[in-house]
Design a protein around this ligand. Structure first.
Ligand code: XMP
Length: 326
């Protein structure tokens, strides 16, 4: 008998039993899962929790501001922001393989959390105040697709499951690990989180790092951020946010094609639009979006984003395609 109320009660009790009087930190990604996990843990242990937002430079436009303002406003949670763009980009330099990217990002997240933990302990200045717990918004599908956290991914290593390093020093608190996304949203609403947070479209922890097919560089990220912002703006303007599960915007960084703009030949990169409809992200279908909206997005991206001369639509369901390209 699944009710959001009983899930919340059960998890609050379990979290209290696990954490006791110690401190915990929770990584916030800007997504629904980590927000709901944080709110749940906050309900259980109050200000024994500190949220950590890692700005790894792989975020979309406006994402950092949203976490820093909206989430804190909604929950009153204690937030520590860590600027880590250089660190992540250095670690990702020269890497094109998707699983390797995911492992590197997962590892760097943990290293940043460990550092944040040490700083928090130092700030608190109290013995016994150790932050031994790391809260993650891991869902049931993340675990299944990462091969049950065994380290061998069935499909792909979600950054907070198969992407974790072996020498992790934290004990994990994962209050959502039995839930699907729609259930997580109901729990979020039960906890009083606003719709703008609860009904956000999913965005992966590794961020735009797994939406650049090829090496991840600052220039490519900036380009993709622009294209992504245009697509999101037009989807929102067309009122499609709730209809579409999510719409990854992908940069094929190693591909170039010939085009013509003004009186000149161009040789630029393609951007892929991947709008999908889904119930739980385990399976998905490509969304039959209105042509006018697609046309507007395409025109704007090719006009406004330098070095992009082609926009293509991904019409593959899952399976056989996954939602993200990497
Ligand atoms: P795939 O690409 O596996 O994606 O069909 C399923 C859902 O999971 C999201 N996703 C992730 N979320 N960390 C996350 O927090 C990850 O490493 C990760 N990989 C994929 C994806 O956006 C989709 O909603």
């Amino acid at each position: 008998n699944w009710t959001t109320h009983s899930v919340v009660e059960e998890q609050v009790a379990a979290i209290r039993a696990q954490v006791g009087t110690k401190r915990a930190i929770c990584g916030l990604s800007g997504g629904v899962d980590s927000a709901v996990a944080a709110a749940l843990v906050q309900k259980a242990i109050g200000d024994q929790l500190t949220c950590v937002y890692v700005d790894h430079g792989l975020m979309r436009k406006g994402e950092s501001e949203q976490v820093e303002k909206d989430f804190v406003a909604a929950t009153g949670v204690q937030l520590k922001v860590v600027e880590a763009e250089e660190r992540f980009l250095n670690a990702l330099a020269g890497v094109s393989d998707p699983e390797q990217k995911r492992k590197i990002i997962g590892r760097e997240f943990i290293r940043v959390f460990e550092q944040a933990q040490a700083e928090l302990v130092a700030e608190a200045g109290a013995e016994g105040e150790e932050v031994a717990f790391l809260v993650q918004g891991t869902l049931y599908p993340d675990i299944v697709e990462s091969g049950g956290g065994t380290g061998t991914a069935n499909i792909k290593s979600h950054h907070n499951v198969g992407g974790l390093p072996d020498d992790i020093e934290f004990e994990l608190v994962e209050p959502l690990r039995q839930l699907f996304k729609d259930e997580v949203r109901m729990v979020g609403t039960e906890l009083g989180l606003p719709d703008e947070i609860v009904h956000r479209q999913p965005f992966p922890g590794p961020g735009l790092g797994i939406r650049i097919v090829g090496e991840v560089t600052k220039d490519r990220l900036d380009l993709l951020r622009e294209a992504d912002a245009i697509a999101r703006e037009e989807l929102t303007a067309a009122g499609l946010d709730r209809e579409i599960w999510q719409c990854p915007v992908v940069l094929l960084a190693d591909v170039r094609s010939v085009g013509v703009q003004g009186d000149g030949r161009t040789y630029g990169h393609p951007i892929v639009l991947r709008p999908v409809s889904s119930e739980d992200a385990m399976t998905a279908d490509w969304t039959r979006m209105p042509y006018e909206v697609l046309a507007r997005i395409s025109t704007r991206i090719t006009n406004e984003v330098a070095d992009v001369n082609r926009v293509v639509l991904d019409v593959t369901s899952k399976p056989p395609g996954t939602i993200e390209w990497e």
